[in-house]
Design a protein around this ligand. Structure first.
Ligand code: CA
Length: 728
């Protein structure tokens, strides 16, 4: 059993030359049997994926994206002997979120910085790898780390969207670039691509993210062979002085009001779910939150703000809208509807219906009729306080006025991380259940006093523009800590038709991995504590567990080679978790060890047992500085730094924890921030938005945090949470 370390292979130039030569030699023979083309996945193969269950050919397994595999050699009887067969060090300590594609015995998987790997699925041998050379300082434009959720493989090509907004087609056999296009309408705005492209009908579909910074959402279809643009659908209206790009925007524009919303971009980014439905030749796009989040600032005279937080059905050939359903009219909480969409055919109220299902951030589980978008069910699948229920007649949620945060700050459930996020669920149509990685992660929502004249809100380029009181967030937590709902995570077996939860497995921490279920009677999930687990899908009983020593977010996949079934998962936590540094997750304890793990019955490979990393905060030199300066530094830190380095300067493991800086690093602090000394690591220069004086205030805040947390840790660990502020 080999362990391939990518950095070593890179330095040796050790791509598998024999394989690339073979592929190159085959290319000119155009008349060869088409199935011998590497990665020759077609629409027909994806549609008929049940006929070749050995492969995992598209993001959610089939176009239905149910992530329920019929494979069952790994089952309740054999699971005890499941062991690691091989693992690959992915050469990153950033979060990993990808779903691998497995076909022809090759695994195609993306990693941090939009890198792509083709790997022999049986052994872990790297066949080729591709680095799109994303400018490392682009990570400043990413809300949630330099992640990538996967590639698409189609007709001999591998497609990847890059963090800096390109869509690239590679030859599946050689990894050579075939074409690339710039998908961005404005490279000065903070757009990123982290989602997996989808493929169907000779086209590749891709969206993007960036709503927190202020962008306008859209999705684009490209010709799969040439990269030529086929159509583009904008999810929110643009500048009203200009003509509508397509007729649907006239309808959308009527639902927005005042405050020059188009200057903020409007949001509505399609950063995750794009699902093709062969039954209706439709594409469902999951549309994200508003920009800024607060609707009173975004659209002060009201309106639903179409097509924010909506599922929109588009004709796959033309990009014309067939119907839409808005989950959260006038989104006010970052309630994206970008979470995975699954298609199914099930009996609803005595009638066989073609439905789609989604558990968006807002806490309700939606079942819609795919033919027309009619709402069939919307039961809560987690704790929800912002609305009392969804009215099935009107299809609209009934908001709870007690949780309005216009006047005073309010804890709201779900928080901005959602009751469920992009971490995939699995749909079990036989059992009538959906296995959902859920969370209760409350957020305190508040508007700064100076913005309560809504027109006074100004967009600041280069930082989050969410319309919430970010600068005083920690103080708001402290002032309201008594009312804070307890955060937690849970894997649930949920009945979307009745709203009942059949069983619940509580996770040790709230932010966990995606889910895979199989006909072997198993539900697999990796968690923040580093445990990769298999549960009995009947009752949630824990049947098997493997310690990976790293937090997980990525959904597992399964495949079969000859007669052997495998299960695979990527490790590496982080992503959107602002609070990662507050608890002892595997990644804060051992570091974020980015790996690809592959298991089989009888596998006996061992992972090296890591040492716990030294997280003792170094002694701080005494700097006398006023509380005002520290307070100003906190506001700046929360606005510019917290989304990567964590709230309260407590990082979750994948990005450096600034409280652990040593004297040498303190000396160069302002140069790192202003001059980009560490830009090649992904720490961009901020000299366009921060002055030296402001950076010094941030530095004082970071040191105050280190000083306080060190004192608390050395003294009374139990009261560590937030003590430094309450002591002031
Ligand atoms: Ca968002």
């Amino acid at each position: 059993m080999k362990i391939a370390v990518i950095s070593v292979l890179l330095s040796l130039g050790a791509c598998d030359n024999s394989t690339s030569t073979d592929q190159a030699a085959q290319k000119p023979e155009a008349k060869q049997n088409e199935t011998s083309i590497v990665g020759n996945i077609t629409d027909e193969r994806i549609i008929n994926h049940d006929g070749e269950p050995n492969n995992w050919m598209s993001y959610g397994l089939g176009y239905e994206e149910q992530r329920f595999s019929p494979l069952k050699k790994i089952n309740k009887n054999t699971i005890k002997k499941l062991g690691l067969e091989w693992h690959l060090d992915m050469g990153t300590n950033r979060a990993q979120e990808a779903t691998p594609i497995v076909v022809d015995g090759i695994m195609f998987v993306s990693s941090a910085w939009s890198k792509v790997f083709a790997i022999k699925a049986k052994t872990g041998e790297i066949l080729w790898q591709y680095d799109p050379d994303v400018p490392k300082d682009w990570s400043r434009r990413a809300c949630c780390d330099a992640v990538n959720r996967g590639v698409a493989v189609y007709q001999g090509h591998v497609y990847v969207g890059t963090l800096d907004g390109r869509l690239i087609a590679l030859d599946a056999g050689s990894g050579e670039e075939v074409w690339q296009v710039d998908t961005l309408i404005d490279r000065n705005r903070f757009y990123t691509i982290t989602g997996a492209p989808r493929v169907a009908k000779g086209k590749v579909f891709i969206g993007n993210g960036g709503a927190e910074f202020g962008v306008r959402g859209y999705v684009t279809a490209y010709d799969a062979k040439t990269g030529k643009q086929a159509w583009r659908f904008f999810t929110v209206p643009g500048d009203p002085a200009l003509p509508f790009e397509h007729p649907e925007l006239e309808l959308a524009a009527a639902s927005w009001s005042g405050n020059e919303y188009w200057k903020f971009g409007g949001g509505g980014t399609v950063w995750n779910s794009i699902v093709y439905d062969p039954d209706f030749n439709q594409l469902y796009i999951g549309v994200g939150n508003g920009s800024p989040w607060t609707r009173a600032i975004r659209s002060p005279d009201g309106g639903d703000n179409l097509f924010l937080s909506s599922i929109v059905a588009l004709d796959a050939d033309s990009g014309k809208m067939n119907w839409y359903y808005q989950t959260t009219p006038g989104d006010n909480w970052d309630y994206t509807a970008v979470q995975d969409i699954a298609l199914a055919e099930i009996e609803v109220d005595g009638e066989q219906r073609k439905v789609l299902m989604q558990a968006p951030k807002n806490g309700f589980f939606y079942v819609l009729d795919r033919s027309n978008g009619k709402l069939l069910r919307a039961h809560p699948y987690s704790l929800v306080t912002w609305a009392t229920h969804v009215d099935l007649e009107s299809g609209r949620p009934v908001e709870n006025p007690d949780y309005s945060y216009l006047e005073k700050e309010k804890w709201v459930l779900p928080g901005s991380a959602g009751a469920h996020n992009w971490q995939a669920m699995s749909v079990d149509t036989e059992a009538g259940l959906v296995y959902i990685p859920t969370q209760e992660s409350p957020l305190i929502f508040a508007i700064a006093d100076e913005w309560k004249q809504f027109s006074s809100y100004k967009r600041n380029p280069g930082r989050w523009n969410i319309g919430l009181e970010m600068g005083r967030l920690a103080q708001l937590f402290i002032d309201n800590v008594a009312e804070q709902p307890t955060p937690g995570g849970a894997l649930k077996a949920f009945d979307p038709l009745t709203g009942e939860t059949k069983w619940t497995v509580r996770n040790p921490y709230y932010w966990n991995g995606g889910v895979l279920a199989t006909s072997g009677g198993l539900v697999f999930q990796g968690d923040a504590a580093g445990m990769f687990s298999a549960y009995d899908k009947e009752n949630g009983d824990l049947l098997w567990q493997f310690n990976t020593y790293t937090s997980m977010l990525a959904p597992p996949v399964t495949f079969q080679l000859d007669d052997t079934q495998y299960v695979s998962v990527l490790t590496g936590g982080g992503g959107a978790d602002l609070f990662g540094g507050e608890t002892e997750t595997a990644s804060t304890k051992y570091g974020n060890l980015g790996r690809l793990l592959v298991f089989k019955i009888g596998g006996n490979e061992k992972l090296p047992v890591p040492n716990a990393i030294d997280r003792i905060i170094p002694q701080q030199s005494v700097v006398v500085v006023s509380e005002n300066i520290i307070g100003e530094g906190e506001g700046l830190y929360n606005n510019y730094c917290a989304m990567c380095h964590g709230l309260l300067a407590r990082s979750g493991g994948s990005i450096p924890d600034l409280r652990l800086l040593t004297d040498g690093k303190h000396e160069i602090f302002s140069r790192v921030v202003l001059e980009g000394l560490l830009a090649t690591n992904g720490m961009a220069a901020f000299d366009d938005v921060l002055s030296l004086d402001e950076v010094e205030k941030i530095h004082h805040y970071v040191r105050a945090r280190a000083y306080e947390d060190r004192a608390v840790v050395l003294g009374n660990k139990e009261s560590a949470r937030l003590t430094w502020l309450s002591n002031q």
